[in-house]
Design a protein around this ligand. Structure first.
Ligand code: PRP
Ligand code: URA
Length: 216
């Protein structure tokens, strides 16, 4: 399976050479916690940049030191970043460098190690979430259970524009997410081969949460 098996209007792999270079370092088992964390932040910046590429612009008058001119600014797009805890937290600062006034909502979820089903332990969104473009961030998309659950919380809260940003995705998870919600858009830095019997992504990068926080 490759990215051509999915609708290009809804699924995009960020092929930029800098992204692919940084992702290779991220995958390396010898990359330590500090560098891993920094790379997750940097990759989130690149990915956020792509995910906001179609934000609408409006004209604005600006006085330069020489004359008045018409420039562009983003037309009233309000953004919320929704990290799926824990690993998604690692991507928040990168997106915030692009949209410093974004609100941040949190969905707390962990996968049961045996069934691989997601279990929710926390959910808190800004009060005007339904009026915001939501960027759901999580480095790993494996079975898709965690991300589809987060999408459901956001749809139930009335959110219309949902864009999901992952770093590494399994084909099984991409299919699950795009089938679950016909409107959602998904950005990733890599579409990997498959899941193993423990629902880990192959080749993947291991457990993203543990590598970000140094818990293994
Ligand atoms: C990981 C990852 C995703 C989820 C992906 O989190 O960060 O949230 O697994 O798997 P799925 O697509 O099969 O649902 P994990 O449950 O390990 O929690 P953590 O972020 O606290 O480490
Ligand atoms: N969660 C991770 O952190 N890594 C995987 O490969 C799958 C789920």
């Amino acid at each position: 399976m490759d990215s051509r098996d999915f609708d290009p209007r809804r699924f995009e792999v960020i092929e930029h050479p800098l992204v692919q270079h940084k992702l290779s370092i991220l995958r390396d088992k010898d990359t330590g916690t500090k560098q891993f964390r920094e790379l997750v932040t940097e990759l989130a910046v690149f990915e956020g940049y792509e995910a906001m590429r179609d934000f609408p612009l409006e004209d604005v008058e600006v006085d330069t030191p020489l004359e008045r001119t018409t420039c562009k600014r983003i037309a009233g797009k309000k953004v919320a970043i929704i990290p799926i805890l824990r690993a998604g937290l690692g991507m928040v600062d990168g997106i915030l460098t692009l949209t410093p006034s974004a609100r941040v909502g949190h969905v707390g979820m962990y996968r049961d190690p045996v069934t691989h089903e997601p279990h929710q332990y926390y959910c808190k969104f800004p009060p005007d979430i339904d009026k915001r473009t939501c960027l759901v961030v999580d480095p790993m998309l494996a079975t898709g259970g965690s991300l589809t659950a987060a999408i459901k919380f956001l749809r139930d809260a009335g959110v219309k524009d949902i864009r999901c940003l992952t770093l590494v995705s399994a084909p099984e998870g991409v299919k699950a997410v795009l089938d679950f919600d016909p409107e959602v858009r998904l950005f990733t830095c890599a579409l990997d081969r498959q899941l193993n019997e423990s629902a880990y992504i192959l080749p993947g990068l291991g457990d993203a949460g543990d590598r970000i926080y140094g818990t293994k």
